[in-house]
Design a binder for this molecule. Structure first.
Ligand code: ZN
Ligand code: ZN
Length: 452
């Protein structure tokens, strides 16, 4: 649907702006650039107020029959590419502009922005509509605050006023906001998953409070950007809940990741197939090795027709007593600058048990999820040094990072010998192995599973 033509004076302004925007941009010093930014924002603010006045005039005569939309706000949303909030603010600001003369003058002078003006207008409307005897709209007082506060802080002042005037209406707004909440998980080819979420303010605050501490950079080698750190923080938080057994069981089964793989993949042999991770599809052998570093393993033997002929007992790769000794020695991720505590780490085999590395404290080191990923998939390599330390070699040639020395083990920190019972709380990822017909032939020379 087309509308028009637009009024002559606006067409002339449009031509001026088009000519200005098409100019050759000359290099400018910082001071000129700063002044340009402020003047441009002031012009945009004035146009916003002018737009709001027009929107209010449009609203005054708007009929659904003429424009095939239930309201001016929805018409603006569809035709002017605005959000509902921006469109509703424009209409409200335009309707109040004549009565908010002081604020309109402050906007023209550049003392407040249009966002401030929008909150002044919606607050005036809310207080007057509430009929509250106690809350009054004092433009002069509120404007003085708008002139000194950022938009975000000024909005808080306005919200307090609106709540004081009509808490039922305030609650209604919050409930309506919460009704829009959603989270969708969309799987892409290759196993990646897109997470799209809209949370109510409290839900958003809960998520941010939980993710922020986990999303901080982990030491000086951490080259992840902010978005990558937030993505890792979300996965780390979920993985920790699974590791701790704090996710409700389904069909009497503890929730955990399930990887199916072959002996060849665990041994990291050339020509070995990829692993299969439930909900994710195929994962690289490097990832299988990481997940198997500190997991519960179930051996499944199949015959040439892929029929299961034997299912072994589930065994923990790192026995509880060894894990407790590691917790006492390493006290968290050993990567320099990383402070994840023991329950947020996995026990990494410097020489993988699939390649006959021992599951003892000399060959094990605690690493957080991110640093464990670095040494399996990220190209870093851990090696023992002659001085009993461990060195991390970066994929960038010549960069080496000595891992933090383990602390002295405090008397009484080590567990009683041979507890023999699998304690809750240590890492519990599962890897079911092996399932190819060839396994039968390999059985005689399988590497010994780490002692349970
Ligand atoms: Zn590992
Ligand atoms: Zn770490």
């Amino acid at each position: 649907m087309t509308f028009g033509p637009a009024s002559d004076d606006l067409v002339a302004l449009n031509d001026l702006v088009a000519g200005y925007c098409a100019r050759a941009v000359a290099p400018a010093d910082d001071e000129t650039l700063a002044a340009d930014l402020l003047l441009k924002r002031s012009l945009i603010n004035r146009l916003e107020l002018d737009f709001a006045r027009d929107a209010a005039r449009f609203e005054a005569t708007y009929t659904e029959d003429a424009y095939f939309n239930p309201s001016t706000v929805s018409w603006l949303r569809e035709n002017a590419n605005m959000t509902s909030h921006a469109a509703a603010t424009a209409v409200c600001a335009g309707e109040r502009a004549e009565r908010l003369q002081l604020s309109a003058a402050a906007l023209v002078d550049g003392r407040i922005g249009f966002a401030h003006f929008g909150w002044l207008a919606t607050t005036a409307r809310a207080i007057q509509a509430s009929g509250s005897a106690t809350a009054v709209f004092d433009e002069r007082r509120l404007l003085a605050q708008a002139e000194t506060l950022t938009v975000q802080r000024f909005r808080t002042v306005c919200d307090h006023l609106r709540h004081a005037a009509d808490r039922a209406a305030f609650l209604e707004e919050q409930v309506a906001g919460r009704e829009q909440r959603s989270l969708t998980l969309t799987a892409f080819e290759g196993g990646c998953v897109a997470v799209h979420a809209l949370l109510d303010p409290e839900g958003g605050a809960v998520v941010r409070t939980a993710l922020d501490p986990l999303a901080r950079p982990l030491g000086r080698d951490d080259l992840r950007d902010r978005e990558q750190r937030y993505a890792d923080a979300l996965v780390e938080l979920c993985a920790h809940r699974l590791d701790q057994g704090q996710v409700p069981q389904a069909a009497s089964q503890r929730a955990h990741l399930q990887v199916t793989t072959t002996l060849e993949t665990l041994r990291h042999l050339r020509g070995a197939p990829a692993g299969e991770l439930e909900f994710a599809g195929l994962v690289a052998g490097h990832s299988v090795q990481r997940l198997a570093c500190d997991a519960t393993i179930t051996r499944v033997l199949v015959d040439a027709r892929s029929q299961v002929i034997d299912v072994g007992r589930s065994e923990r790769v790192v026995p509880g007593a060894t894990r407790r000794a590691l917790n006492a020695r390493d006290r968290g991720c050993r990567w320099p600058g990383c402070e994840r505590p023991p329950s947020w780490t996995s026990a990494h085999h410097v020489v993988h048990w699939g390649q006959l590395g021992a599951t003892d404290t000399a060959n094990l080191v605690l690493l957080c999820r991110h640093h464990h990923w670095c040494v399996h998939e990220g190209g870093w390599t851990l090696v023992h040094t002659e001085a009993d330390g461990i060195l991390a070699l970066s994929p960038v040639v010549g960069v080496m990072t000595p891992l933090r020395d383990p602390g002295p083990v405090l008397p009484g920190a080590l567990p009683a010998k041979a507890a023999g019972v699998v304690p809750p709380g240590t890492t519990q990822r599962s890897a079911a192995a092996p399932t190819t017909p060839r396994d039968h032939a390999h059985r005689a020379r399988e590497p010994a599973l780490p002692p349970a």
